[in-house]
Design a protein around this ligand. Sequence first.
Ligand SMILES: Cc1cc2nc3c(=O)[nH]c(=O)nc-3n(C[C@H](O)[C@H](O)[C@H](O)COP(=O)(O)OP(=O)(O)OC[C@H]3O[C@@H](n4cnc5c(N)ncnc54)[C@H](O)[C@@H]3O)c2cc1C
Length: 59
Amino acid sequence: MKKSNVNHISIIGGGPGGLMLGLLLQQQSIPFTIYEHSFENIHADSGGSLDILQNHKRI
Ligand SMILES: Cc1cc2nc3c(=O)[nH]c(=O)nc-3n(C[C@H](O)[C@H](O)[C@H](O)COP(=O)(O)OP(=O)(O)OC[C@H]3O[C@@H](n4cnc5c(N)ncnc54)[C@H](O)[C@@H]3O)c2cc1C
């Protein structure tokens, strides 16, 4: 993707997928905004934990 064709990217959802996409865009200096609808009660409808295991640490 050519940077010159990108004005601003909207990421819908601040889960692991959205946050990882944001990190990758930041590394490419591509502007973005993450929209997350459940910041006020983030645990209300989500899982109880996310374990980062040894084989995930290379990310
Ligand atoms: C109980 C439970 C335990 C788990 N434990 C583990 C674990 O230990 N290790 C592991 O690797 N995985 C675990 N998982 C799986 C892991 O949670 C998912 O694979 C991961 O969260 C998927 O990430 P995602 O970004 O695709 O989606 P999600 O995490 O679902 O993120 C999507 C986000 O988008 C937001 N959203 C949705 N619609 C809108 C909208 N219209 N506007 C704004 N925001 C919106 C949601 O609020 C949410 O925060 C677990 C899952 C559950 C349910």
